[in-house]
Design a protein around this ligand. Structure first.
Ligand SMILES: [Zn+2]
Length: 169
């Protein structure tokens, strides 16, 4: 068995995090996001209305399906959010993989941008609940996706971006 390329331990960002156990090259597929595949209705039942309270262990696959990393999940669920992440998530045949955005040094915490998306402007309470502590210079202070600027001509772009924001948490 090859040595795993990351380990889970205490994180300065929050709770547990995933850390590189060796240098990881750009584009390396690090782990698949595993968990029970459930309907959005089932997810709402487990965690409350997802459109109002995105949950960080849920990964949106499409309109109907989410992966519940809290049920039968693997260590991929310990990856923390960062506004300046070193990983990104890729969907391939409805499976989710975490890949290195650039070269990562041994010991670095592995992160990706959760881009939590309510579809509407979050309230102050939402902002508190999903506050970001990543510490990046460009930290936007929240794990929520940036709110698109309201320009009528940009409407199409916004729709495309929402599609791209796969992770709801
Ligand atoms: Zn941040």
């Amino acid at each position: 068995m090859p040595k795993p390329i990351f380990e889970v331990r205490d994180s300065a960002i929050q709770g547990s995090g995933a850390f590189a156990t060796r240098r990881i090259l750009k584009g390396t597929r690090i782990v698949e996001y595993i968990g029970e595949r459930i309907s959005t209705e089932e997810a709402d039942e487990r965690y409350g209305d997802m459109s109002k309270h995105p949950h960080v262990v849920l990964f949106i696959v499409d309109k109907r399906t989410v992966i519940d990393g809290g049920a039968g999940g693997n260590d991929a669920r310990f990856f923390n959010h960062s506004c300046e992440p070193n990983c990104q998530t890729i969907m391939e045949k409805k499976r989710i993989y975490v890949e290195a955005l650039h070269a990562i040094e041994e010991g670095d915490e592995l992160t990706y941008d959760y881009h939590l998306d309510f579809g509407v402007a979050p309230t102050e309470e939402d902002k508190k609940q999903y506050a970001c502590l990543c510490g990046a210079a460009s930290c936007r202070g929240t794990m929520l996706a940036p709110i698109p600027e309201k320009k009528p001509r940009a409407a199409k772009k916004v729709a495309a971006k929402k599609k791209a924001a796969k992770k709801k948490a």
